[in-house]
Write a protein that binds this ligand. Sequence first.
Ligand code: GRF
Length: 585
Amino acid sequence: MHIAVIGSGGREAALALRLRAEGNTTAQFAAPTGDLASFCGELQALCIELAVIGPEAPLAAGLADALRSVGVATVGPGQGAAQLEASKSWAKGFMARHGVATAPWRAMAVHQAELEAPTCPLPVVVKRDGLCGGKGVSVCRTPAELVAALQQAHDRDGPHALVVLEHLLVGRELSLHALVSDGQCVLLPAAMDHKRLFDQDLGPNTGGMGAVAPLPWCTPQLLADIESEVIAPTLRGLQAENIGYRGVLYFGLMLTRHGPRLLEYNVRFGDPECQVLLPLIATNLANLLMAVARGELRDQPIAVQPGFAAAVVLAAPGYPHAPQLGTIIDIPSIQDLSLAGMQATAAGWQTCAGRVATAVGQGPSLDLALKQAYCRAEPLAAQGLLLRRDIGAKAKPARVAVLASGRGSNLAALIAASSHGILQGLAQIELALFDRGAPGQSVARAAGIATHQLDSTGISPEQWAQCALPLLHQYGIEVVVLAGFARILASTLIAAYPARILNIHPADPVHYVGLHGYRWAFAQQLPATTITVHLVDAGLDSGPILAQEGVDLRGAQSLAQVEARGLQVEHRLYPQTLRNFLLEH
Ligand code: GRF
């Protein structure tokens, strides 16, 4: 097949590489900036059978319509549908018209937003309306940040341009790509981008510093929720508004404690998500894209490769504000990289854009895929190119230790939730630590969890902590969960896990602290009690409260009944709260 890939970034380089490897004649073109008709004529003269448009700007300019009008089968939506990305206010209006789950928002002119700024509830997200190369979104937590974001919109777009002011959603971001062809839709594996320049999501926004796919925590249940709350209403909306769509539709999502919410649409592959999705598509890509372009997707089954893919982006020093161009880079093995901002010169490969190359790895586990990607990126990083060291960290389950002293029913609930319930892919219980011989140990052992007993009799909390800490480090523990742990934690242990130790307490700490909360409630003949999940600080059952839920005790005849009712709530509330905590931290 004669294929034209339009665009000159890493995404397009990866598409062209793959299409060539499948035996197609593939030419890559820079996106036209002016005369679309002569560009279309050029492709016609080359007998191009399929055009794949990579970036958003030519789509927003109507390139797909122009190509279709001269009979070139094209992957990419027309100008009307491209508004889903090219106008944030139009996209939010579309979501509202069709009941797509998204954050509350308002659109207004910049000068109006400036007038309202002093009374605007914070935090708020400011989105400039048009295409901004991924740099038009500001999260404003202070009045000064809001003023600065609006000033920037004012300076760049003028006082009458639109901005969207949106409620800030908290959770985990993921992106889902769909191949869409006139109402037919095929989903690709869930991916995660890394927008910020530095590790731990710090530093300025970039075009994307790395990606992984699929995501272990994107379970079939979550996919079903996204399908019904976001994807299906979007496809119905396109149909209802008579908007044809043949191309890639990208759903930028936030998984919040209340479920998935759509942050934005993109009307093309993400870059670098494309670089991790392509290796996972086992089906012939040219045939698949041709089916998208012709409205024949229904007849084209897609096979997904098992395992994971990871991409690490290498950027020029100074990226994104002032990338240093013109540096000669020695590339040991070109086939392991998808080159974007590089040109071949007599002196060798020379950097010519901010994002220079993407190193991609693939493997049966996320760790192995990442290892391979980093291994391929390393020789370039050694020559001064920038990269993030924590790509994929948030995609992996958090490594959790459970500390317990007793029967371990909460431990069992947490194990069940992490192996096949709401903590699946989000938390992995790596270690169960007991301070004495307790029946709970057999619960942990039966689940194949590393179990240790550190006897606490006759030693101080500090001495106990000195024994526990090496174990927690050995197992790479990130979050500690106390489940019926009957000892105070030493301050050294608390300091080692700041705001990362959770406890469940069967009372409201305002009314009761210490052991035997149910015994207290029963003795008082209380009609109800409260279960509290909180972060642990140096006090007894104190620390910031994460969740509370009441338990109806009316009619309870015995301590056993009180406890049974309480535990039923605990076993639901604890995994749920840990999930919310992991999503939001
Ligand atoms: C629970 O009631 C919990 O609230 C309290 O200790 C008890 C532990 O029970 N902190 P189990 O060992 O999880 O069954």
